[in-house]
Design a protein around this ligand. Structure first.
Ligand code: SIN
Length: 489
């Protein structure tokens, strides 16, 4: 199966949908078949500067628009995304690969950020601090940071964008969005919802380009851009930290993860198997919060492995638009190569293949980037997969004996985004949650993502939080006003 989509999109700059300066375009392809899905402009430096001009020009009007009005536009944008869910989800599956049901789920997840931040827009309160001096009063104001650049990844082409644009718009900031070049079409469809919801020209601007380095350089060297929010690899995140130094730009960074998934021997095993599957195999293992190391207490190890393998063996793999498929293609051949390298390295060093373990080619997989969902039995700390994020559909199991050992294994990572564990013991639940060195902990839960929760990591997984009541803080500056000569009451 291949997509039959043919969508040619444009840049959005200052309220106009336009071609790139010079007119160059690039094709977007279907990772499930290699077919062409559509095309977008290959934006240039002049286009990026024009987008920054537009965002800067729109800023005074947008930041002074009453919060309730900004909130209405966000709610309307969420409604439009739901009305257009079939088109957005089909486009997403065609350019990104995830099964259609997952893509529909992502459209809802993405819309929920607009709704959540509509509510937050209405509650950006300041403070009046108690005076230290009878003549003075201290006011604390929270004001929009200004023009924001959102650099978004291919794995969640809608939700990672709305998770940034929702709070930016709610706070009164204007934005430039640079989506991943693999998945620009979904981004354009979401921006059309924002525009059709009544956002004034220039409040959001879209730059598609194959030259991510040029886009970043132009953004980082323009003093009008005050904040960059990035979701992507730790390696690129470090480059952005370095690039932000010259103009001391604010950054929010959601970077790599390498999530531990611990199953204690008092866990509900069926719930733990389902939780692990939801965490590990969502989006073919291509999420920053995917379980990447599975630690199973020795007493339940064999039984857990047996139940997991029975379910993984039954997965239907194929093109994301094919009915019943639960595992789609990976984003491209390089992603398959890395997955294969991790599996081969583990097997060469003694892990056993309990399920999968090979590329899928020919027949219905022809032209696509497929890797079989895989379970490895007996992963050890000598293997690459133990320390590196695979970003693929591979669950590697390692046995452990004690709670202390599980926590030491889990915390032995440079990453600190998401972690998970299953237990029925509520004292242990509290203890383990507190000891895991991660920004997110799923306790008896394999899916932790939600608009009302603060998403983000510690260590080399980045800083800043997206979502929750604190998500809007990333887009607000705090200003204090000392009012002198007030006198006593
Ligand atoms: C990510 O993979 O970066 C985010 C996944 C999510 O929001 O659940």
């Amino acid at each position: 199966m291949a997509t039959t989509m043919n969508l040619d999109e444009h840049l959005l700059i200052g309220g106009s949908w336009i071609d790139a300066t010079g007119g160059a375009r690039f094709d977007v392809t279907d990772p499930g078949s290699g077919a062409r899905v559509g095309s977008v402009p290959n934006g240039t430096e002049a286009d990026v500067t024009a987008a920054i001009d537009a965002a800067a020009a729109a800023l005074p009007g947008w930041r002074s628009t009453p919060a309730i009005q900004r909130a209405r536009i966000l709610r309307k944008a969420a409604d439009l995304m739901r009305e257009r869910a079939d088109l957005i989800a089909t486009t997403m599956t065609s350019e990104q690969g995830k099964p259609l049901a997952e893509a529909k789920g992502e459209v809802e997840y993405a819309a929920s950020f607009f709704e959540w931040f509509a509510g937050e827009a209405e509650r950006v309160y300041g403070q009046i601090a108690p005076p230290m001096n009878t003549n003075n009063r201290v006011l604390v104001l929270r004001q929009p940071v200004g023009v924001v650049a959102a650099i978004t990844p291919w794995n969640f082409p809608a939700a990672m964008m709305t998770r940034k644009l929702g709070p930016a718009m709610a706070a009164g900031c204007t934005s430039i969005v640079k989506p991943a070049s693999a998945t620009p079409l979904t981004a354009a469809l979401v921006l059309r919802c924002i525009e059709d919801a009544g956002a004034p020209a220039g409040v959001v601007n879209l730059i598609t380009s194959r030259d991510a380095g040029m886009v970043a350089k132009t953004i980082f060297s323009d003093d009008r851009v005050r904040k960059i929010s990035f979701t992507g690899s730790t390696e690129i995140g470090k480059d952005l930290i370095r690039a932000s130094a010259d103009q001391v730009k604010r950054l929010s960074l959601e970077l790599g993860g390498h999530a531990p998934y611990i199953i204690f021997d008092d866990a509900d095993l069926d719930e733990a198997v389902d939780g692990l599957i939801a965490s590990k195999f969502r989006n073919a293992g291509q999420t920053c919060v995917c379980a990447n190391r599975v630690y199973v207490q020795r007493g339940v190890y064999d039984e857990f492995l047996k139940r997991l393998v029975a379910k993984v063996d039954a997965f239907k793999v194929g093109h994301g638009l094919t009915e019943g498929v639960v595992i789609g293609p990976m984003i491209d051949g390089r992603a398959v190569d890395k997955t294969e390298e991790h599996v081969q390295d583990a097997v060469a060093k003694g892990a056993k293949l309990a399920s999968g373990g090979q590329r899928l080619t020919g027949g219905e997989f022809e032209g696509g980037a497929f890797y079989a969902p895989t379970v490895l039995d007996g992963v050890t700390n000598e293997m690459q997969i133990y320390y590196e994020e695979t970003f693929g559909p591979v669950a590697g199991l390692t046995p452990f004996d004690t709670e202390d050992e599980a926590i030491a294994f889990a915390n032995d990572s440079i990453y600190g985004l998401a972690s998970y564990f299953h237990t029925k013991d509520y004292a242990r639940l509290m203890r383990v949650a507190e000891r895991l060195e991660y920004g997110i902990v799923g306790a008896n839960a394999g899916i932790i993502s939600a608009a009302n929760a603060p998403f983000g990591g510690v260590k080399q997984s980045g800083y800043g939080r997206e979502g929750g009541s604190v998500g809007i803080d990333e887009y607000l500056d705090v200003k204090y006003v000392l009012m002198g000569g007030v006198g006593t009451v």
